[in-house]
Design a protein around this ligand. Structure first.
Ligand code: KG4
Ligand code: ZN
Length: 340
């Protein structure tokens, strides 16, 4: 039975998992560096690389133990080849290729965003091709028309800040801890002011691109004008979140119309946002379609999505033959170029 080891080290999470063709994910190990980077208010690339070096082998060992298998039972090693922080990627690629070499297994370099995009396939109810995908992470905001595995057409993207980046930067301006996205979302739950309204950028003109950088300035002005109370902060957080969620939903609706898709996959760190999930689930119900999300732990960076993407490509025979193990990573790597 095919079993793939997945290695994710593109940013500040060391994620190792094993996907089994029959049983699904049989090992899932994750070490998050957020506490370390929190001190600096953002990811420090060199510290990230060093921490991946420390954690990766123990997590591979823990994964094999969790799955109760030996390396001989693996079929291939998949690792994130890009995009991401170059040092962090190099750690995962070097270890991935070295393990594949030592175990005489094929290896598969995976595009990080494809991992996110396919993560909802790990759930019981899987989307079927073709579908529309909204990828919302700390580094990307993309609308992708997915016709088949590897057939990804980007039909909309952010021209400045990504959705997650907008959450994080706004949270920082509000004095919230790092990483701010989920903390701002939690605070937004306490928001009550129905009158405060942020703009919905670029929705007043046709097209599927996004722009979120203006929202943080808008938030900064609201904070400066507020009384600084916890309630005011919560109100601002809610108004900000409503604007991001609404904007994403408006563009999704347009993209669904344009592509004729009836399935929507929502993935990437921001897909953990409850308000976004509810809004898009309703949108899809209203048009007689369905929204698909990964479970919470597969929304943010993890090894399971890399193991699964590796499995999909392994099945198609897209592998590097043993004894050819170049360590090559792509810090900047458009999804549309991954399969061209
Ligand atoms: O996919 P991911 O783990 O890493 C990247 O590939 O970027 O996404 C991380 C991003 C961060 O910007 C984080 O603040 C955001 O996802 N995020 C959230 C929530 N949970 C994570 N943003 C809004 N609401 C959340 N609940
Ligand atoms: Zn990611």
């Amino acid at each position: 039975m095919t079993k793939i080891l997945g290695i994710e080290t593109s940013c500040d999470e060391t994620g190792i998992a094993i996907y089994d063709e029959q049983k699904g994910i049989i090992a899932h190990q994750l070490y998050s560096q957020v506490a370390m980077h929190g001190e600096y208010g953002g990811v420090v690339p060199e510290l990230a690389s060093r921490d991946h070096v420390r954690k990766i082998i123990p997590l591979v060992d823990a994964s094999l133990k969790e799955a109760n298998i030996t390396p001989e039972q693996l079929s291939a090693v998949a690792y994130t080849q890009g995009p991401g922080l170059i040092g962090a990627l190099l750690v995962g690629a070097t270890i991935g290729q070295s393990l594949a070499y030592a175990w005489q297994l094929p290896s598969i370099g995976i595009h990080h965003l494809e991992g996110h995009l396919l993560a909802p396939m790990l759930e019981g109810e899987k989307p079927e091709y073709p579908f529309l995908a909204l990828l919302v992470s700390g580094g990307h905001t993309l609308l992708v028309s997915v016709k088949a595995l590897g057939d990804y057409e980007i039909i909309g993207e952010s021209i400045d800040d990504a959705a997650g980046e907008a959450f994080d930067k706004t949270a920082k301006i509000m004095g919230l801890d790092y990483p701010g996205g989920p903390i701002l979302a939690k605070l937004a739950e306490k928001g009550q002011d129905q009158t405060m309204r942020f703009p919905r950028p670029m929705t007043d003109r046709p097209g599927l691109d996004f722009s979120f950088s203006g929202l943080k300035t808008f938030a900064a002005n609201k904070i400066a004008a507020s009384d600084g109370s916890e309630q005011s902060k919560a109100d601002i957080a809610k108004a900000f979140q409503d604007a991001v969620v609404d904007t994403l939903a408006i563009k999704c609706k347009r993209a669904l119309k344009q592509t004729g898709a009836t399935s929507l996959v929502v993935a990437g760190g921001v897909s953990a946002n409850i308000s976004l999930r509810e809004k898009l689930a309703k949108l899809m119900r209203d048009i007689g379609g369905k929204a698909y999300y990964p479970r919470h732990e597969y929304c943010t960076d993890n090894g399971a999505m890399i193991a699964y993407a590796g499995y999909c490509h392994f099945k198609q025979g897209e592998i590097l033959k043993p004894n050819k193990y170049p360590v090559k990573v792509y810090p900047r790597w458009p999804l549309s170029e991954a399969f061209s």
